[in-house]
Ligand binder design. Structure first.
Ligand code: BTN
Length: 259
């Protein structure tokens, strides 16, 4: 392996951010970085605090699925205090930051599958889970959880082997997780600070979506919708043109591309 355990000091040293990653709490193993980040947020953790784990024993994904994060992967959560208007953009900016860093550090081409899966050659390399606590009209906190398959062999994990990939698998060599994490924290902050300035984050995310224009199946709750993924709204929801010509808005779900 390229590196042993990641050290908070190595991550924060000369990091080019104003607040994201100024405090990093690292664990060799924990249940879920999102759970610990939520606990820290409730205790008043500073904006930008990062919870990092070498390994999660109960990693969680979207739609109540489990998330596998063995050693060699990146599992981290960032605590933010966005405004209610910024909340829907967090999913966009997190997937964009991951896509940009994979390209910058690994030189690999990526795609984003709605809403925020990052793919390489059609296989999932990164998943993002955003959880927030909204009280009335205020956001108490939001936690952005990022799970990125870096140095691992997908074939060693039969549960995900058919649908997932890793950076080392795609590149044929291991990559520095430290370099990727530092890039992620910097890109996340740049994009977060861009949010009040217009819709550049939304536009870049939309333009990178591999889903648009495709015939898809979307499972949302207990329903499966079929149709053409026509566009996305600025709140991140998917606009699906159904076979009967009607257009529906899907806020959360899982997309499968149909041939
Ligand atoms: C998904 O694709 O369903 C989202 C996966 C999110 C996984 C990350 S790993 C770090 C953070 N901690 C968790 O328990 N989940 C997220």
């Amino acid at each position: 392996m390229v590196e042993e355990n990641l050290s908070p000091a190595d991550i924060t040293h000369k990091l080019k951010t104003d607040f994201i990653g100024h405090k990093v709490i690292a664990y060799p193993s924990l249940t879920s970085t999102n759970d610990i980040a939520k606990r820290e947020a409730k205790k008043g953790a500073r904006e930008g605090t990062v919870i990092l784990a070498e390994e999660q024993t109960a990693g969680r994904g979207r739609l109540k699925r489990a998330w596998l994060s063995p050693r060699g992967s990146i599992a981290l959560s960032i605590i933010l205090h966005p405004t209610p208007a910024q909340l829907p953009s967090l999913s966009m900016l997190a997937s964009l930051a991951v896509a940009r860093c994979i390209e910058k550090v690994g030189g690999l081409e990526t795609q984003i599958k709605w809403p925020n899966d990052v793919l390489i050659n059609g296989k999932k390399v990164c998943g993002i889970l955003i959880e927030s606590d909204v009280r009335g009209s205020a956001v108490d906190y939001a936690v952005i959880g990022i799970g990125l398959n870096v140095n691992l062999k997908p074939a060693d994990f039969p549960e995900i082997a058919a649908t997932a990939t890793s950076l080392s698998h795609e590149l044929g060599r291991e990559l520095s997780r430290l370099q990727i994490i530092r890039c992620l924290l910097e890109e996340m902050e740049n994009l977060y600070l861009e949010l009040p300035e217009g819709d550049s984050v939304f536009r870049e995310w939309r333009d990178r979506l591999v889903t648009l224009g495709k015939e898809v199946e979307v499972s949302s709750g207990k329903t499966i919708y079929k149709g053409i993924a026509e566009s996305v709204a600025s709140d991140g929801s998917l606009l699906l043109r159904q076979p009967d010509g009607s257009l529906i808005k899907i806020v959360a779900g899982d997309v499968t591309l149909r041939r």
